[in-house]
Write a protein that binds this ligand. Structure first.
Ligand code: NCC
Length: 279
């Protein structure tokens, strides 16, 4: 086992891991005429010029008290995750800008997230993913997704046909998982990577440079799970359980171009995007 250099790790990702939306010409999606339903531009057509500077902001409670809001908003594009709220009370720490939001399928399947009414889910690019089997049969997945989100997706697409809402092709995150496993000495859980790690890979493919906030925990590390939930205390949120967050975080740290001080003080890691490297 020979660990790859920063450049070679990034090139592994660049050569193998690109976001893919649902294959509308395959399996059930063909029969259901998803090519009519899906946004007319792919993610890469929509953002064809890419972004110079990007930020990905994790949902970690450790971001509270960081005062990073302005720094985060100064990036050309900002990615946020799941139900991460943007109220005035958090603005100083997390900022207010959102360009893309990556969500797991629970956000669409479970009405308690108010996907259809909450303004945090409007006027941005959105991507939703659902855990599918590694050896994925699309028909089987459509009939039996981890969370029942396909009907919400179909409803939403008909309500807002101009909106850019994509479903991830499971092959995207399994390709990412393969690269993570091949570059981790131990065996990792055979579960899809976390939303955070998937989002980092998507932003690397769109941006020249990516700053990731509170994925690598700062000195504000806490047993509190999310910055927006007081009583959710669970160290697994930061260290991982179902998702192998420790493997993901160590992988990202190995690509860090920023300083140690940025990690401890800001929980910040700086990565070159695919556009910045020749492989
Ligand atoms: O918690 P979650 O993740 O929404 O967080 C988004 C990403 O931020 C990183 N994170 C979060 C908290 C923390 N203390 N440290 C972190 O590093 C992780 O990279 C994480 O991916 C998910 O990945 O989709 C997840 O979603 C939640 C939950 O479904 C959503 O928040 C919606 O409520 C999952 N929790 C449960 O299912 C109970 C979580 O396991 C993974």
């Amino acid at each position: 086992y020979m660990p790859l250099s920063k450049h070679d790790l990034l090139c592994e990702l660049k050569n193998r891991v690109w976001f893919k939306t649902l294959p509308s010409t395959e399996g059930p999606f063909k029969a259901l005429n998803y090519s009519q339903l899906e946004p007319k531009d792919t993610l890469y057509q929509l953002h064809h010029d890419g972004f110079k500077t990007c930020a990905a902001v994790m949902n970690s409670a450790a971001i509270l008290g960081s005062n990073l809001g302005e720094e985060i908003d100064s990036h050309d594009a900002v990615m946020r995750f799941n139900s991460a709220p943007l109220s005035e009370q958090y603005k100083a720490d997390i900022g207010a800008k959102t360009t893309l939001r990556l969500m797991n399928s629970q956000l669409l399947a479970n009405p308690s997230y108010n996907f259809f009414t909450d303004p945090i889910y409007r006027n941005i690019t959105m991507i939703v993913w659902d855990p599918a089997a590694y050896t994925g049969d699309m028909q089987e997945w459509y009939e039996n997704p981890d969370a029942n989100f396909f009907s919400s997706y179909e409803k939403r697409r008909k309500m807002f046909p101009q909106e850019n809402l994509y479903i991830t092709d499971p092959r995207f995150y399994w390709e990412l998982w393969d690269v993570l496993q091949e570059n981790t000495e131990a065996m990792i859980h055979p579960n899809p990577p976390s939303s955070g790690f998937q989002g980092i890979a998507i932003m690397l493919s769109l941006c020249n440079q990516l700053d990731v906030y509170e994925f690598l925990p700062s000195e504000r590390i806490s047993v509190k799970c999310h910055y927006y939930e007081k009583w959710n205390l669970n160290p697994a949120c930061t260290l991982g359980w179902w998702h192998d967050l420790r493997a993901e975080k160590y992988f990202v740290l190995r690509m860090n171009l920023g300083t140690k001080d940025d990690v401890t003080k800001k929980g910040k890691v700086t990565l070159d995007g695919y556009r910045a490297v020749d492989c």
